[in-house]
Design a protein around this ligand. Structure first.
Ligand code: ATP
Length: 764
């Protein structure tokens, strides 16, 4: 026996804790109308996780809790627990890992509902979720469709159900729900995977522009890096050449400078020495001095000569006058000269002597003349005293002195003239020499100007050199600037350029070209922006890695969708095969049981393919009491709506013996009941559930059919435990154990075990 017992506490009419033991293959529950028998069936539905309030004949959770009676108080919760035998360890979870131990000989499932509608489930006292209960029960072929519990008045439920619901019921009964469950799980996984994929695709799309932007930047950085490499090479060539050039130029200019300085100094020396000479020559030359002094001498001599000549002339005039007077006097010897003549003669003589004195510079002549004047009276006596003797001039002392003076002057004059000639000769010689030295001087002058010219050239060269030096300084300066700029562009190692071996230098024009190239790259680098871009590179790598990760994830998700689809396909094929197989088996039993019940005729179920119906038409479910809102049927419907265009259904085909009626609607109540029971029992025989609960399924049967029904119960009880609520004596007689239910004086249902004889009181 799998089902051991059920305990009810404050559930519906069971105000007191009551329990039913299911120790036999067939347990019958009997009792008067309204005593609470169906409440026991509902308690079984309830504890196995029923979510439909309609199936529990209530509107809300509170309707399931004992409302109280005149003597018993109302309760605030209802509790039902059901105990299964697990000595063969038949219970398991299809979804492993719930962590609830099942290694017990008994499995007790409990459910309580509170007046606020909250439900609580437990397995062996451990609180669990509804889905855990459903999962656990599925392992012992107790499906959630409740096909193994036939409530009162629902004996023809299977006939009333839609093709689709029938199909679900049969799938459940055949234990194929597990496939549906797994298909749904897989479909859910696909949905989840699609969502994840959408999310990943969205993320990928989101990062795509940024990644593209970063990629462009990275390309720019890479281009910059290549340009930097090129720049570094160009720089090395440039610095090597430029430094060698600067070095060589510095040496060359220094050499040129010292050569020019030396040349300039030696020229300066020569020039200043010539200058000195020139200055010296500018001072009056010795010759000129001499010539001047000789010229002075000459003019003095000439003056003296003129003086002497003049004095000589005058003396000769005086002597001539004297001689003439004397001659006059001599002519007039006898004659006496008058006083006036005398005086005039004396006066004339006196003035001639004065003239002579005044004009002569010769002192001795002057002295002689002044003696003559003072002795004139002696020199010429008055007429009355003239005597011939006295008139002889040769005897006159002064006259003789005069003559001597005249001779002296004449001789002096002769000497002076000789002296004059000598000096004129000397002057001539000196002038000759002066001419010679003037010519030498002109030669010097020419040389001086030549040297000056040369010096000017040296100065000009020096200026040129200076210009070159300044130019080199500029080159050096820009070299230094370039070096520090280069370090900024390509790093400090650029300073480790090598000097070139002599002769390996590049031409200046090529260097200019090199410089232009460098400038062009620098401008490009500046345009591209500075920095090594390591941040951007890192960001790009991260973004690319993320993108690759997402792409891989999308790929993985696609693969997992594919494998899930494959799995679903396989599950559907399996389900389909097993379903068809199950239907065939059911048909075999159905036909047997049907002809047994009706004494002939034919019955079979067939698989239909129908257009999917809109959801609202499909759902005839009432309010759910599930606390977590989980409804497998709702899920299933949702799933089918989105995935299936067609849905399978089960159609029931019957032909009653001797009758042509085939339409199920045209069957009588009893016929409907019998057909339903035949099908239900056929299904139960193909895949027997652990137990079957049948609440007054036999209500519509006549005596003969009740017997057949009783036979079938016996047959069925070999495979499944049966709990029957009945008023049917025939049925009661087939039961091993009977429970009586009464509505006691307390206003609550009471349970007690009874004997068949006592039970007949409850039979119809
Ligand atoms: P019948 O033979 O007529 O089918 P039954 O024995 O199956 O009757 P039930 O339908 O199980 O009777 O019980 C119905 C009784 O349960 C009613 O009398 C009803 O008042 C009572 N009942 C239902 N819900 C509650 C509740 N929450 N509290 C108290 N009593 C309740």
């Amino acid at each position: 026996m799998t089902l051991k017992n059920i305990e009810l506490a404050s559930f519906k009419s069971f105000g007191r804790k009551s329990s039913v033991m299911f120790a036999a293959p067939i347990t019958a529950i009997v009792g008067p109308n309204g005593s609470g028998k169906s409440n026991i069936v509902e308690a079984i539905r309830f504890v196995l996780g029923e979510q439909s309030m309609k199936s529990l004949r209530g509107k809300g959770g509170v309707d399931l809790i004992f409302k109280g009676s005149k003597t018993l108080p109302s309760a605030n919760r209802a509790l039902v627990s059901i105990t299964f035998d697990n000595s063969r360890k038949i219970f398991s979870f299809t979804n492993s890992g719930l962590g609830i131990p099942l290694d017990y000989d008994e499995i007790v499932i409990g459910r309580e509902v509170f007046s606020d509608g909250i439900n609580r489930y437990s397995i062996n006292g451990t609180e669990v979720r509804l889905k855990d209960i459903v999962d656990l029960l599925a392992s012992v072929n107790i499906g959630s469709s409740g096909h193994h519990i036939i409530s009162q008045g629902e004996s023809d439920h299977v006939l009333n159900a839609s093709n689709k619901d029938r199909r679900a019921m049969i799938e459940d009964a055949l234990g194929l729900k597990i496939y549906q469950y797994r298909i749904r799980e897989s479909e859910r996984k696909i949905d989840k995977t699609l969502l994840n994929m959408k999310e990943a695709q969205m993320q990928r799309r989101e990062i795509a522009p940024h990644l593209a932007f970063l990629k462009k930047q990275v390309q720019v950085i890479e281009k910059s890096r290549l340009m930097r490499e090129e720049l570094k090479d160009l720089y090395k060539t440039y610095f090597s050449n430029e430094s060698t050039y600067i070095n060589n130029e510095t040496k060359r200019l220094a050499g040129l400078r010292s050569a020019l300085l030396e040349q300039g100094l030696s020229l300066d020396e020569k020039i200043s020495s010539l200058q000195r000479k020139k200055n010296e020559n500018a001072i009056e030359s010795e010759h000129e001095k001499q010539i001047k002094s000789y010229d002075n001498d000459l003019s003095l001599i000439r003056e003296k000569k003129d003086d002497l000549a003049r004095s000589l002339g005058r003396i000769e005039g005086i002597i001539e006058g004297l001689e003439r007077q004397f001659a006059n006097i001599s002519l007039k010897k006898e004659r006496v000269i008058s006083e006036s003549e005398w005086k005039s003669f004396m006066k004339d003589l006196e003035s001639r002597i004065d003239e002579a004195i005044a004009s002569t510079d010769l002192p001795n002549i002057g002295r002689i003349l002044r003696n003559m004047k003072s002795k004139l009276s002696e020199f010429l006596p008055k007429s009355e005293m003239i005597d011939n003797k006295k008139l002889s001039l040769n005897e006159n002392k002064e006259y003789m002195e005069m003559q001597n003076a005249k001779n002296g002057i004449t001789s002096d004059l002769k000497k002076i003239k000789e002296e004059e000639l000598d000096i004129v000769k000397i002057i001539g010689n000196l002038k000759q020499k002066e001419q010679e030295s003037q010519s030498a001087l002109r030669n010097n002058e020419r040389l001086f100007y030549e040297l000056l010219n040369e010096k000017n050239k040296v100065d000009a060269d020096m200026k040129g050199l200076h210009f070159e030096e300044e130019n080199l300084a500029l080159i050096k300066n820009s070299f230094e600037i370039e070096l520090s700029e280069a370090a900024g562009f390509v790093g400090r190692e650029v300073a480790s350029y090598a000097r070139l071996e002599a002769g390996n230098e590049i031409s200046r024009s090529f260097m200019d070209e090199l410089r232009r190239k460098i400038e062009r790259i620098k401008i490009k680098l500046e345009d591209a922006g500075s920095g090594s871009g390591s941040d951007v590179m890192k960001e790009y790598e991260d973004a690319e890695e993320r993108d690759k990760f997402l792409a891989k994830e999308i790929d993985d998700l696609n693969k997992s969708i594919d494998s899930l689809k494959l799995l679903i396909q396989e599950l559907k094929e399996k389900l389909d095969a097993e379903f068809k197989d199950g239907v065939a088996k059911i048909n075999k039993q159905f036909q047997n049981l049907f002809s047994l019940m009706f004494g002939g005729g034919s019955a079979f179920i067939s698989i239909t393919m129908e257009h999917k119906r809109p959801r609202n038409m499909l759902s005839d479910r009432d309010e759910s009491i599930s606390e977590d809102g989980e409804s497998n049927d709702a899920d299933e419907l949702g799933q089918e709506e989105t995935e299936l265009e067609f849905e399978r259904g089960i159609e029931i085909n019957v032909t009653l013996p001797k009758k042509k009626v085939k339409d199920l609607h045209m069957l009588s109540g009893g016929e409907r009941s019998l057909t339903s029971i035949a099908l239900l029992f056929a299904i139960s025989q193909v895949n027997p559930p652990p137990f079957l609960v049948l609440d007054e399924t036999d209500a519509a049967l006549d005596e003969s059919n009740s017997r057949k029904y009783g036979d079938m119960l016996l047959n069925l009880s070999k495979f499944s435990q049966l709990i029957v609520v009945t008023h049917n004596r025939e049925t009661m007689s087939r039961a091993n154990v009977l429970y009586g239910v009464t509505m006691g004086a307390e206003g609550a249902s009471k349970l007690f075990s009874i004997h068949l004889e006592d039970a007949s009181a409850y039979a119809k």
